[in-house]
Design a binder for this molecule. Structure first.
Ligand code: ADP
Ligand code: MG
Length: 297
């Protein structure tokens, strides 16, 4: 057993270009550690920087976004220091992603078969027959009935839940070391959400793939994650094993987040929305404490 974490993000600062041309910080020294075989939940409210963290790890930052400082160690090597070609190879083969909307992840004018086999032929160097076999095996693993028929279909012929299963099949197909799942069930119906979460968890446990699970939903974290990091204003404010953080949150924002979340096990519990005053106070504290000299806050 290798005790070194698979992924370590250290002091990651990232900025974007604001409409007025200035650089605006989005991540303010993010630290994350993802142990092998683990699912780490990255949880926080909208705008906290969760998606940017995922994009920085995968090396797919939007135009205008720039890493200012910090490192992203994957298997001990800083991916930010790698040449572009090595980075792209790593991101394609060892990492994959599952996004919120399966319809944007899939190509609308390609049959499901080609979408899965293209990835296998490129990254696993499989021939056509082997790739098709593996595609069938993966569709079966994501519990798609009649996989032969689905291989011939186009995304628009499938439901949202089915499409997300295909995306999950593609994400796991090359046995990546890390999967970044960014709100993978948020766009799905509630009943389907539950099935898809269980599916991701089952596949992850079988393959021992590491998953960085990005979500705004603490209920989802409780269901699928081993550890959790809470992000606010581009800063991780609390991290730990899920049970510990849920039972004894140390940070007042984590406590507020827990009080604001519906309890699936105790639906009668009253909800306390996070107060705008707490949000404002924390934002000010973080914005002024963790800044890069010479940059706007
Ligand atoms: N493409 C972009 N260009 C400029 N700013 C962006 C872009 N994407 C996100 N941001 C900004 O970065 C911050 C964090 O966004 P994001 O990572 O999407 O948060 P989350 O996923 O937690 O909701 C937000 O303030 C958002 O406005
Ligand atoms: Mg997001």
């Amino acid at each position: 057993m290798n005790a070194q974490p698979l992924l370590e993000v250290r002091d990651l600062h990232l900025s974007v270009r604001a409409p007025n041309g200035n650089r605006a910080p989005v991540l303010r020294g993010v630290d994350l550690s993802l142990a092998r075989g683990q699912v780490l939940g990255l949880v926080g409210e909208s705008g906290g920087g969760k998606t940017m963290v995922g994009k920085a790890i995968l090396g797919v930052l939007p135009d205008g976004a720039r890493v200012e400082r910090g490192s992203i160690l994957f298997d001990g090597k800083d991916v930010l220091a790698m040449p572009g070609s090595a980075r792209r190879m790593l991101s394609g083969k060892s990492m994959s992603m599952i996004l919120q909307n399966p319809m944007t992840a899939l190509n609308p004018v390609m049959r499901i078969e080609d979408q899965i086999t293209d990835v296998l032929r490129l990254h696993m160097r499989m021939d056509k027959a082997a790739a098709r076999e593996r595609a069938l095996e993966m569709l079966d693993a994501v519990q798609i009935r009649d996989p032969r028929r689905v291989l011939r279909q186009y995304p628009h012929e499938l439901s949202g839940g089915m499409c997300q299963r295909v995306v999950i099949a593609i994400a796991f197909a090359c046995n990546p070391a890390l999967i970044v799942a960014d709100e993978p069930t948020t766009a799905l119906d509630v009943t389907v959400q539950h099935q898809v979460l269980r599916l991701i968890r089952d596949l992850q446990m079988k393959s021992q793939t590491c998953v960085l699970f990005v979500t705004h939903d603490l209920g989802v974290v409780a269901k699928v994650c081993d550890a959790v990091s809470v992000i606010f204003a581009g800063r991780i404010i609390e991290s730990g094993p899920v049970r510990e953080v849920f039972e004894a949150p140390r940070h007042r924002y984590t406590r507020a987040l827990l009080e604001a979340a519906p309890r699936y096990d105790r639906p009668e519990t009253a909800l306390h929305p996070i107060s705008p005053a707490l949000r404002e106070e924390l934002t000010q504290e973080i914005v002024h404490t963790y800044r890069i000299p010479g940059h706007a806050v």
